[in-house]
Design a protein around this ligand. Structure first.
Ligand SMILES: [Zn+2]
Ligand SMILES: [Zn+2]
Length: 485
């Protein structure tokens, strides 16, 4: 269960650093947090650096003995799925000060070795260059709240919290991660990534997708010291939901289920609305052309993915045939003046291309250079001082306003582009007529809802968006082994 990094305490590390790090620091303006208590524990010496965390009191898992008795080693993702290993979810990194508060009792470990018990109401504050990693383990059912630099950080987190200091390039400072079981993680993600008002089968598809996605990406933040981050880069996770709602029911009723392809967890990308046809995996920078299940599919009962500008324009003018036509973003139009486009290109092109020094000058023309299916695969930009082309979903990041890194004004790559010109033929306005919202790869969430309303099950939904994949249920009882349902 535990994945604490057990290593002997370096005798040269002054213990006082540890104890200072565990001291009860002051925090200000704590309207939402319970008042701090005076220090309750005297400094303790570490008597046995090899004591590991007694997991039995912290998490139920009665089936583990069965799994442990299986002779063959499980692939890593199955260790997570079966509950043998917890996910390490990075909440923040590079911060200078953070405090943790547990609503119940907890235990404190330093580099995996038990230090002391913590009491309900006790604040633990971390700051400075800690040499050790400190883990705080809440008792079953208790949750953690967090303050970063004195301000409340959203979410209530079950399980264990680990804090360590990471130096070097990039964000130097404290990293905070939450160690939780895959199931607790999925319950939290399902609530944040899809509206709870969606149908149960759509929510169940979302839960299976969230679980598969996590297990297909376990090495994504290896360099950061955790498995996945808690933001939109991976999947949004804010800990334990406040109430037991439909998302938790969906997560619980699909527990230990993922979809697999050739024996591996499927990288189940998902997005809000495809607009009637999903995108091929090549639209994402991860480039998944070798994942055959990430081919673009038609998201409608009948018809075909349109090709050719005329067909695509016609497709984008109809408003009801796709499963996701119930989405408010199924069809849209956005237009920018030539001057606005100049502004976007000046501000963003260098960043998007990884050449922040770039000065492209005014835009002379903007056009779709190549299509893949119905979508714009290449956007060509002819500027005063050079020609540039952007591929796939990346082109959307040209059209975002300063300070809003993740909200592109170009909602998807499914669009036709019209240009208005003045008497001398100079472009004055660019008009994007489009469909859908998001990168378009994998599961369309509004389409999943449309399919659920039409009677599809969670597995129907997933096999429509990820063709050729199969449901995998990790069994943890005696008679079952590698059962692929
Ligand atoms: Zn991430
Ligand atoms: Zn769709």
């Amino acid at each position: 269960m535990t994945r604490l990094r057990l290593r002997p305490i370096d005798p040269l590390i002054p213990l006082v650093v540890v104890l200072l790090a565990l001291g009860l620091g002051g925090t200000e303006n704590e309207a939402e947090m319970p008042p701090e208590q005076p220090p309750t524990a005297a400094p303790v010496t570490i008597s046995d650096p090899f004591i590991s965390l007694p997991s039995a009191s912290l998490r139920e898992n009665s089936q583990l003995s069965t799994l442990n008795s299986q002779p063959a080693a499980l692939p890593l993702w199955r260790e997570y799925l079966s509950g043998k290993r917890d996910l390490r979810v990075g909440l923040v990194k590079g911060v200078s000060k953070l405090s943790l508060y547990c609503e119940g009792d907890f235990q404190i470990f330093v580099d995996g070795a038990f230090l002391r018990d913590g009491n309900q109401g006790e604040y633990i504050t971390f700051s400075g260059e800690m040499k050790e990693s400190v883990t705080l383990a809440a008792e079953e059912g208790e949750v953690w709240t967090v303050r970063i630099d004195g301000r409340p950080f959203p979410g209530r987190y079950p399980g264990k919290m680990e804090v360590f200091y990471a130096g070097g390039n990039g964000e130097t400072g404290l990293t905070l991660l939450n160690e939780v079981s895959v199931e607790e993680y999925v319950a939290g993600v399902a609530e944040k990534e899809m509206p709870s008002s969606f149908s149960l089968e759509a929510l169940r598809a979302q839960s299976i997708a969230a679980r598969s996605y996590a297990l297909s990406y376990l090495d994504r933040h290896e360099d950061d010291g955790f498995d996945l981050c808690a933001g939109t880069h991976c999947q949004v996770y804010r800990g334990k939901p406040d109430t037991f709602g439909p998302a938790q029911a969906a997560a619980f009723s699909t527990r230990r289920q993922i979809i697999v392809y050739e024996g591996q967890p499927v990288r189940t990308f998902y997005h809000s609305t495809c607009g009637g046809a999903t995108a091929d995996g090549l639209f994402l920078a991860e480039n998944s052309t070798n994942r055959a299940y990430l081919c673009g599919v038609l998201d409608a009962k009948a018809g075909a993915i349109p090709s050719g500008e005329k067909d695509i324009s016609r497709f984008l003018s109809e408003r009801s045939s796709g499963y996701c036509s119930i989405s408010p973003k199924y069809r849209w139009q956005v237009s920018f003046t030539a001057r606005e486009v100049d502004g976007f290109i000046q501000a963003n092109l260098g960043q998007v291309l990884g050449q922040p020094w770039l000065r492209p000058g005014r835009v002379k023309s903007l056009r779709v250079g190549r299509r893949h299916g119905a979508r714009a695969e290449v956007l060509e930009i002819d500027c005063e001082y050079g020609r540039y082309s952007l591929q796939g979903n990346t082109m959307r990041w040209l059209f975002h306003d300063a300070g809003d890194k993740f909200a592109s004004r170009l909602m998807s790559t499914l669009f036709s582009l019209g240009v208005q010109r003045d008497g001398s033929g100079e472009p004055t306005r660019y008009v994007f007529t489009g469909g859908g919202w998001g990168h378009g790869v994998g599961m369309c969430q509004w389409g999943a809802e449309g399919r659920a309303r039409a009677g599809a099950s969670a597995t129907d939904i997933l096999s429509a968006y990820f063709p050729g994949t199969e449901l995998w249920t990790e069994k943890v009882s005696e008679e079952s082994e590698d059962t692929n349902e």
